[in-house]
Design a protein around this ligand. Structure first.
Ligand SMILES: Cc1cc2nc3c(=O)[nH]c(=O)nc-3n(C[C@H](O)[C@H](O)[C@H](O)COP(=O)(O)OP(=O)(O)OC[C@H]3O[C@@H](n4cnc5c(N)ncnc54)[C@H](O)[C@@H]3O)c2cc1C
Length: 499
């Protein structure tokens, strides 16, 4: 327990392994020695192509040049996620990143919009989203602020090839001193009294010892689950999908969309993620309601271009490891749990877990209080994201399949029921415990899927009717003018991101 931590061993060289290795090497420098073990015989998961905006500051913290990153990982810009068929089968809305409209002190813009809506005015909520309007026009430029105003500009993330990202980070991490060992781990040796992990034995019989082990072995969960049995909290009663079928395809037309598409089907949903050189596609489905052959056909019939490979099936379980830091093992990545990629949160969770481990780094030895704090923070983070993902399913208004009917009728986690009750009666939403998704993110899914509150904040009445009309008109004009001045997404990629 009180042993100084000098040697860190990371197991696994997927996105999780190399994100963790590069951040630790960059931040902790020579304070610890870092070894990463990965096996060429055990493939990485090979999917994971959409991100969310915090990826930008993460890359900046590593000192990564954005143009270099985009060229190496074949990135495109992501301004949001378009959800098609999630409310009613014919509905479509976007969870656009960034702000909407103009917030007033103590009162979010959408309360003003709700007031206007009650009087059949105000237009569409997304008329005031710069991200949405730019996404639909296929446009993008770096824009921190709307010129001549204090309003924020475009907020963005990336679509990228996660395998290339891991390779890119591997080069950086090795240059920063991380030692890479290729080999398959065949045996894990523990201390007989404490149960702490002491050594890994490779197929080649090489022995690797360490003080702290980071389990980035993906769904194998080699240390945290198979060795330490840290316990798994299963959430499949709320999130029914347990399988995915993935296949890349060629671009069908010249215009590369600056947003992800999430298209609901009878028993799950399909992603379309445009990269520079191809489109990533996949069907996430519940094996209880759809068999693999039917899933494969459905995916292949709904590709936007020519398939570039055979579809590949991935089986997963939804939930989280109860104590991702157990003894001297910290699980990061798929080994620590999984939430389906509906809101592109897995790679973000890797990045926050790596940051959290550095903040809690036990250089003087592992203390129970530190482990508990780490585990509690991880739990809250996972649960809040879980609730946001469940929301999309729970609010569906589809009656056309058993899968959607089940989702609409299921009991929800109490944290989500409470949030929905407050929102429905008062229109109020609060971001709790540093949760990832902002009030604006929640508003978009709630309004997009047809749940409009019974009330709005009284401060929305501070404007007269004329002032309210003027506010909407001026914001609308400003948004349209700003979008007009942007370059097309394709032009941006050509100039900035092709390398
Ligand atoms: C269907 C699907 C879609 C997804 N889409 C997204 C998305 O759009 N956005 C997003 O953020 N995330 C997404 N994810 C999640 C994302 O792919 C992962 O979080 C991310 O790639 C990290 O994976 P990993 O590094 O934990 O595991 P892996 O990539 O599986 O890496 C595991 C590593 O462990 C090594 N290993 C395992 N066992 C041993 C052993 N015995 N000896 C030596 N080495 C070993 C392997 O060689 C490999 O290097 C998706 C996941 C799935 C399943």
């Amino acid at each position: 327990m009180n042993k100084r931590i000098g040697n860190v061993v990371i197991v696994g060289g997927g996105t999780a392994g190399w994100i963790t290795a590069s951040l630790m090497a960059k931040v902790l420098g020579k304070a610890v020695s870092i070894t990463l073990v990965e096996s060429d015989d055990i493939a990485t998961i090979g999917v994971g192509e959409a991100s969310i905006p915090p990826m930008q500051p993460f890359n900046q913290a590593l000192g990564i040049n954005e143009a270099e990153f985009m060229a190496h990982t074949k990135s495109t810009i992501k301004l949001g996620i378009q959800f098609e068929g999630w409310g009613k089968a014919t509905d479509s809305y976007m969870h656009a990143f960034g702000g909407i409209g103009k917030n007033f002190p103590f009162c979010d813009f959408y309360h003003f919009w709700l007031r206007a809506r009650a009087a059949n005015k105000g237009g569409d909520f997304w008329d005031y989203s710069l991200n949405f309007q730019a996404a639909k026009a296929g446009k993008f430029n770096h824009l921190n602020q709307i010129p001549g105003t204090a309003l924020p500009g475009l907020s963005y993330a990336y679509h990228f090839d996660a395998g290339l990202y891991a390779r890119f980070l591997r080069e950086k991490a090795q240059a920063w001193g991380v030692k890479r060992i290729e080999g398959k781990i065949e045996e894990v040796r523990q201390c007989k009294t404490s149960g702490f992990i002491r050594e890994l034995v490779l197929q080649s019989k090489e022995v690797i010892s360490g003080d702290l082990f980071v389990d980035c072995s993906g769904l194998h969960a080699l240390l945290i689950d198979k060795t330490l049995n840290a316990g798994f909290e299963d959430w499949s009663h709320w999130l029914l999908c347990d399988s995915a079928m993935a296949v890349p395809c060629a671009h069908g037309n010249e215009k590369v969309l600056p947003y992800t598409r999430s298209i609901a089907h009878d028993s799950g949903w399909q992603w379309q993620i445009p990269l520079q050189h191809r489109i990533g596609n996949g069907l996430v489905y519940s094996s209880r309601y759809l068999d693999d052959e039917a899933a494969k056909s459905l995916l292949m019939e709904n590709l936007p271009g020519k398939a570039l490979a055979e579809p590949r099936k991935i089986k997963f379980r939804t939930g989280r490891i109860r104590a991702p830091w157990t003894k001297n093992v910290v699980a990061i990545g798929l080994s620590s749990g999984f939430l389906e990629p509906l809101e592109s949160t897995s790679i973000h969770l890797i990045q926050t877990a790596a940051v959290r481990l550095i903040k809690h780094f036990p250089h003087q030895g592992i203390a129970n209080e530190q482990q508990d704090a780490f585990n509690q923070q991880s739990k809250i983070e996972f649960e809040r994201i879980r609730d946001f993902i469940i929301l999309h399913y729970a609010l569906n208004e589809r009656t056309d399949s058993a899968f959607w009917r089940h989702c609409a009728q299921m009991n929800l986690p109490k944290t989500l029921t409470d949030k929905l009750a407050l929102y429905k009666s008062t229109g109020k939403l609060f971001r709790e415990d540093e949760e990832l998704f902002t009030e604006i993110a929640w508003q978009q899914v709630l309004i997009g899927q047809g749940l409009v509150p019974d009330d709005f904040h009284p401060l929305a009445n501070v404007l007269t009717d004329t002032q309210l009309d003027d506010l909407f008109d001026s914001l609308n004009t400003l948004t349209q003018q700003t979008v007009k001045g942007l370059a097309s997404h394709n032009e941006f990629l050509e100039k900035f991101a092709r390398g």
